[in-house]
Write a protein that binds this ligand. Structure first.
Ligand SMILES: [Zn+2]
Length: 352
């Protein structure tokens, strides 16, 4: 890597929010994987003028739990900045301090909007960069090289992302599918180069197969990249047995349970037995009991309107309002809760 020699190194020892660098001690309690401004409509439906019905008390249950609505475009759009600002402020009232916002390429990232929300709420927002899964990418990306992707990500951290001067503080969520596509692998290789160059950590969105997180972790290990700088997302919809979970944790990656509040048997994206929050806490307890307390983070991964409080959902405050007290009732110590919500996020987000 020669074109940005060591420029990112000025970030060493700091956390980079959308408003600029902060000292790690300023971060506080952190949600490690959310979307605040995002559009996750399936690409083939982006051109549709019909976004389906407005979300109401009468239809919100069907939108979330059933398959009764063919058109639910609005559900997938987090594009209402005033509501987003209010929702982030509500999280602050519940005791949250920071949000890692991983809306990356393919999901309509809005860095300027995130900056305004951070200014309006006093909540630290740390923005991701890079690209989401294959099918969401600009068709031109399929012809791009590893080096080209890497230089783009380095620029997003060092100079600014998506045509703005707002800088990313983490790489990801880097999209992978099962089977893992060639374009996705090149983006991942680029992410490793950008991480090595800048000192940022990487968040991985794994494919919907129980063995795909391990495939990615092994790939990263084989590339010689330190696994303690890697977070694997969406474990709650991907791995359901302790054997696989512990094997993955043994690689040194951080395990992210990021669908807290999502307790539906009608997940929709794959036919799985989605755990509830109590089950998530049991799996996390198994990780802690095997010595992996410093390798666990949690979040809600809100990317649907219907998960916002304004549309009948749990909102960004759910973990602080409901899950933390449940952790206490279920035998989690204060130190363990702090590790998961404060110390692990701080370690990962601090540039090395
Ligand atoms: Zn994801």
């Amino acid at each position: 890597m020669t074109s940005h020699p060591l420029k990112g190194r000025s970030l060493k020892g700091k956390i980079q929010t959308v408003l600029g660098p902060i000292a790690p001690e300023q971060l506080g309690r952190t949600l490690m994987h959310e979307h605040v401004l995002c559009d996750i409509r399936p690409p083939e439906t982006r051109g549709d003028n019909d976004l389906g019905p407005e979300i109401t008390l009468e239809n919100v249950w069907q939108i979330n739990y059933g398959h009764g609505l063919k058109r639910a475009g609005r559900k997938y759009m987090l594009d209402l900045e005033d509501i987003a600002t209010r929702e982030v402020r509500m999280m602050k009232h519940e005791g949250g301090d920071a949000i890692v916002e991983l809306t990356c390429g393919g999901l309509s990232p809005d860095p300027a909007g995130l900056k305004r929300i951070a200014e309006g709420t006093g909540v630290h927002l740390i923005m991701g960069c890079g690209y989401y899964v294959n099918d969401y990418q600009d068709p031109r990306n399929h012809g791009r090289t590893v080096e080209d992707f890497a230089q783009e990500m380095i620029g997003q951290i060092v100079h600014g992302a998506w045509g703005t001067d707002v800088r990313a503080g983490m790489i990801g969520e880097i999209g992978c599918q099962a089977p893992w596509t060639d374009t996705e692998k090149r983006v991942m290789q680029a992410a490793l180069i950008a991480a090595a160059e800048t000192g940022a950590a990487i968040n991985v969105h794994p494919g919907r197969d129980a063995d795909q997180p391990q495939e990615v972790a092994d790939f990263i290990k084989a590339a010689g990249h330190p696994t303690d700088r890697i977070v694997i997302s969406h474990i709650d919809r991907t791995i359901f047995d302790e054997t696989r979970l512990l094997k993955l944790a043994e690689t040194g990656v951080t395990i992210e349970f990021d669908l807290f509040g999502q307790e539906s048997s009608y997940y929709g994206l794959s036919d799985i037995d989605m755990p509830n929050d109590a089950t998530r806490l049991k799996l996390i307890r198994a990780l802690i009991d095997h010595g992996h307390l410093d390798r666990v983070v949690i979040s809600h991964d809100i990317c649907y309107r219907t998960r916002l409080a304004s549309f009948g959902g749990h909102g960004y405050g759910h973990i602080f309002r409901n899950v933390v007290p449940m952790m206490g009732r279920r035998g989690y110590s204060e130190d363990e809760i702090d590790a998961i919500l404060v110390h692990n996020p701080r370690r990962l987000l601090t540039f090395v």
